[in-house]
Design a protein around this ligand. Structure first.
Ligand code: PAF
Length: 285
């Protein structure tokens, strides 16, 4: 088992490695992360490995995508452990730039993706998607992969990145990676570490509840009714629901009444921890 990975910290070094692979005709996949690596990230690296000859993973806790009252300082960091897990999953190179490399003195550009960033996480986390779009545009241009993989847990983020790449003609294919769950259904997330033991016991209800709503929609129940029941169940279990919506899976347009296909998306607080999750309609299981 390989647990060592070469790490580069500058765009120049990253490009030198990538050019050497390209010169030998190699294809390249990228898996951008903010570290705190778990099985969800590792599955993205394995997926990347099946799509290209070389895999670059990046770790950068991007200050631009955190709001002033969010957890930028507290966000879990541990590069040595993360690097070992990324190597174990099959990454060939780690790009771990510092803030000065990504946002040098005088940095003045923001990438803003309209429409699809409105509502859902965009409503409760103003500027979040500008931060994501800006850093992802930079990472893709710095690395120049053929394909880049992002987890479906951040479903709105995945669609924002697809739109960004299409609108700016960035020559890369964006691929979604399936959500990895704990045996009890809780979607893996770096933020699960913030849950108390009691909250951790309640947390799987988030997935169970939206999955039930997905089955109700698939059975022909009206969206409003299914979501109202789901919201009531979550609140009764102690969640504070930020949003719970059924949206078009491609455009994120709002849906109402009976629908054949949708994505149910939820964000809810358990104590201070904000959890997000989503499921397709019709449900996969
Ligand atoms: O999903 C994440 O970890 C981050 O939002 C990303 C895409 C790496 C950008 O910082």
């Amino acid at each position: 088992m390989t647990t060592e990975i070469e790490t580069v910290r500058t765009v120049a070094d990253l490009r030198a490695r990538v050019s050497a692979w390209r010169a030998r005709g190699g294809s390249l996949a990228m898996v951008p992360t903010m570290g705190a690596i778990h099985e969800g990230h590792m599955s993205l690296v394995r997926q990347a490995k099946g799509l290209a000859g070389h895999v670059v993973a990046s770790i950068f806790v991007n200050p631009l995508q955190f709001g002033p009252s969010e957890d930028f300082e507290a966000y879990p960091r541990g590069e040595a452990r993360d690097a070992a897990l990324l190597a174990e999953a099959g990454a060939d190179l780690l790009f771990a730039p510092g803030a000065g490399e990504m946002y040098p003195e005088g940095f003045a550009t923001t990438v803003h993706v309209a429409d699809i960033t409105e509502g859902l996480c965009g409503a409760s986390r103003p500027d979040h998607f500008d931060g994501v779009a800006t850093v992802v545009a930079k990472l893709l241009l710095q690395c120049g992969p053929d394909v880049a993989i992002f987890g479906e847990k951040d479903y709105q983020q995945l669609l924002v990145i697809k739109r960004l790449v299409r609108d700016l003609n960035i020559p890369v294919k964006i691929v979604g990676g399936a959500i990895v769950r704990e045996p009890d259904g809780l979607a893996l997330s770096s933020r699960n570490a913030y849950l108390s033991a009691e909250e951790r016991e309640t947390a799987p209800l988030l997935y169970a509840t939206i999955q039930q709503a997905a089955h109700a929609l698939a059975a022909g129940h009206a969206t409003e009714h299914a979501l109202e029941s789901a919201r009531a169940a979550l609140e009764a279990a102690g969640f504070r629901v930020d949003y719970l919506e059924a949206r078009d899976p491609e455009t994120l347009a709002r849906l109402s009444g009976s629908v054949a296909t949708a994505r149910i998306l939820v964000a809810a607080f358990l104590g201070k921890t904000r959890l997000i999750d989503n499921v397709p309609v019709p449900p996969r299981a």
